[in-house]
Design a protein around this ligand. Structure first.
Ligand SMILES: *Cc1c(COP(=O)(O)O)cnc(C)c1O
Length: 220
């Protein structure tokens, strides 16, 4: 299936006026389709699986900014640490510490977002508000090779857009509340919104949307 280049051109225009970054979510899609979007100018791509991301990194142009948006296991950090541009789903001190350790080895500071659990469903990963508070108020000045650039969240999987809006609002409040909490960088990135809800996310303050199916078509 070809990429939806009409949609791509329109959303790029729309997001430019709003200062919102588009992460094109290319998980399960072949390298040729990523390259198609790349040729239209897209540079930020999001992937969920470590192995798939590593393979695509090898095959594709080196100026792509790769976003890891899935659930990351600590023992796999080392595979993506050399090249990943932003890790969206950090949800524990343990994982943050491991990313820092790999960053130290590589002499590179790795940008991260903390994933906050905003949906009511039990299946979604992320920190709750207490855990977020705990993580951001304990002493982490030894973490010199990670930067927490902001927060990431996923809304409930529902048609109830008021519920989704409410969840986004609650994350924006946390973003504002903790934006100066981490020692070496203020929050600047709020990663919220996917194909079904990105417009609401932007209305509620998102400045980074992660869009897959509207660009690449449905995943099988
Ligand atoms: C798959 C995925 C997306 C993109 O979802 P679409 O509905 O296809 O736009 C965004 N964020 C995360 C974390 C994902 O896993």
């Amino acid at each position: 299936m070809p990429v939806n280049s009409e949609f791509y051109k329109n959303i790029v225009e729309e997001l430019k006026t709003k200062n919102v970054t588009l992460v094109a979510v290319s998980k399960t899609k072949p390298a040729e389709e990523i390259l198609e979007l790349y040729k239209l100018g897209q540079r930020d791509f999001g992937e969920n699986y470590v192995q798939e991301l590593s393979e695509k990194y090898e095959q594709l142009p080196k100026d792509i900014r790769w976003h890891f948006i899935g659930h990351l296991q600590s023992n796999k950090v080392k595979y993506i640490a050399p090249f990943v541009s932003l890790i969206h789903g950090v949800d524990s001190k343990k994982l943050l510490t491991e990313i820092n350790k790999q960053g130290e080895k590589l002499n590179r500071v790795i940008d991260c977002l903390l994933q906050v659990h905003i949906a009511r469903e039990e299946t979604k990963f992320g920190l709750d508000e207490n855990e977020l508070h705990e993580l951001l108020t304990t002493n982490y000045t030894n973490l010199t090779h990670v930067r927490i650039r902001g927060l990431m969240g996923m809304a409930s999987f529902t048609d109830d857009m008021e519920k989704v809006r409410h969840e986004f609002k609650s994350l924006k409040l946390l973003f504002d509340k903790y934006s100066l909490a981490f020692h070496n960088s203020p929050f600047t990135i709020l990663s919220l919104g996917m194909s079904a809800d990105y417009k609401i996310a932007i209305e509620e303050g998102s400045n980074m949307v992660r869009i897959g199916s509207l660009l690449f078509g449905k995943r099988s």
